[in-house]
Design a protein around this ligand. Structure first.
Ligand code: NAD
Ligand code: TYD
Length: 349
């Protein structure tokens, strides 16, 4: 894998993955990061990487729905590997405006597959990043395995399910070498503060209300983003072509417990407010429509065949994440104020 196309590398997981590959892994090749820089894409995340690895990192601002732009990238950089992160990723946004999800997640993935198929002679692997949300919602018991039927409930998860099926079909029909990973909820550095963990950390620090949907008893499984990145690279290197792998954190928790845990950690780290515990900021709000009750991942396959296990527990991972947001207030301010988008316009038009 010498010339790796990473899509969506300016987003949360893509940024962490590129950093992991270049700083911490045995990857020896070059990365071509294609990102259209939506609200969720911030090239400032990788500004130092551009400076430190000028021979091994290249950024191209392009939309994966633009076939011509993709063709140029595949030709000019002789792409031999694809790691596909680019997506619209936030469930709440998909409920209000599903259009962009259908376009990027389905049509964009289709375009990438078409390009990979066209250049199949030199494509070693097309790795597709997906989510456990494609499996739908669990009751009190049970877990998602790689064999669980797909039953997506939100426009986001339905669009991801469609893209997973397309990737599988390109393997079965055209023999494209693929792997797919379905991962649980990620948290960690560089996550856009619309998702539960960074939103609660920042609101707690600022003494703002902490909006918990419904009764707060929905359960998610949480994985520290670097553990996800390690799993992806392992699957890319050693995973069986044509197969899918579940990735989980062994950290199932009710939303309300997660928010209470964040409150307590913030209290411990920066001191309690005069009013007492930050738990007082918790505010139950109207539930999300179609809100999946519980996700739980069985990642035995990854554990037993590739010997992967998460290194961070929820407690160590959340502590690290809180520390990162405390040390990166400038990043937070630029993202929240929209200044990063002014920078993008200045540099990329
Ligand atoms: P993100 O929203 O933070 O980043 C998405 C990136 O894709 C952004 O940089 C954005 O600019 C880019 N992008 C969007 N539309 C594009 C287009 N048309 N062309 C090119 N680039 C485009 O998302 P994330 O949380 O980093 O998620 C990355 C991938 O991982 C997604 O495929 C998501 O479905 C999957 N995933 C996420 C989680 C999670 O908890 N965040 C869990 C499992 C799987
Ligand atoms: P989110 O981070 O949006 O991830 P996903 O919907 O992909 O799981 O939400 C995680 C859980 O937290 C989910 O059950 C919805 C809930 N939630 C809240 O209760 N309040 C919030 O403000 C947000 C953003 C999410």
């Amino acid at each position: 894998m010498k010339q790796m196309l990473v899509t969506g590398g300016c987003g949360f997981i893509g940024t962490n993955f590129i950093r992991y590959l270049l700083e911490d892994s045995d990857f020896q090749g070059r990365i071509i990061n294609v990102d259209s820089l939506t609200y969720a894409g911030n090239p400032e995340n990788l500004a130092d990487i551009q400076e430190r690895f000028p021979e091994r990192y290249c950024f191209v601002k392009a939309d994966i729905c633009d076939l011509e732009a993709l063709e140029t990238v595949f030709e000019r950089h002789a792409i031999d590997t694809v790691c596909h992160f680019a997506a619209e990723s936030h469930v709440d946004r998909s409920i209000v405006r599903p259009d962009a999800f259908i376009r990027t997640n389905i049509v964009g993935t289709f375009n990438l597959l078409q390009m990979a198929k066209k250049h199949k002679d030199r494509i070693l692997l097309f790795h597709h990043i997906s989510t456990d949300e494609v499996f739908g919602s669990l009751g009190k018991n049970g877990v998602f395995t790689e064999e669980t039927p797909y039953r997506p409930n939100s426009p986001y998860s339905a669009s991801k399910a469609a893209s997973d099926h397309l990737v599988r079909a390109y393997h079965k029909t055209y023999g494209l070498p693929i792997t797919v990973s379905n991962c649980s909820n990620n948290y960690g550095p560089y996550q856009f503060p619309e998702k539960l963990v960074p939103l609660m950390i920042l609101n707690a620090l600022e003494g703002k209300p902490l909006p918990v949907y419904g009764d707060g008893k929905n359960v998610r499984d949480w994985l520290y983003v670097k553990d996800h990145c390690r799993a992806i690279w392992l699957i890319m290197k050693k995973g069986k072509r044509g197969e899918t792998y579940n990735i989980g954190g062994n950290s199932e928790v009710e939303n309300i417990r997660m928010v209470e845990m964040i409150c307590d950690l913030v209290d411990e780290r920066v001191g309690k407010p005069e009013t007492g515990s930050r738990r007082a900021l918790i505010t139950f709000v109207k539930d999300r429509p179609g809100h999946d009750r519980r996700y739980a991942i069985d990642f035995t396959k990854l554990k037993e065949t590739l010997h992967w296990y998460p290194e961070e527990s929820l407690s160590t991972g959340i502590r690290k994440t809180l520390q990162w947001y405390l040390e990166h207030r400038e990043w937070v301010n630029r993202v929240r104020s929209g200044e990063y988008q002014a920078w993008i316009r200045e540099h990329y038009g």
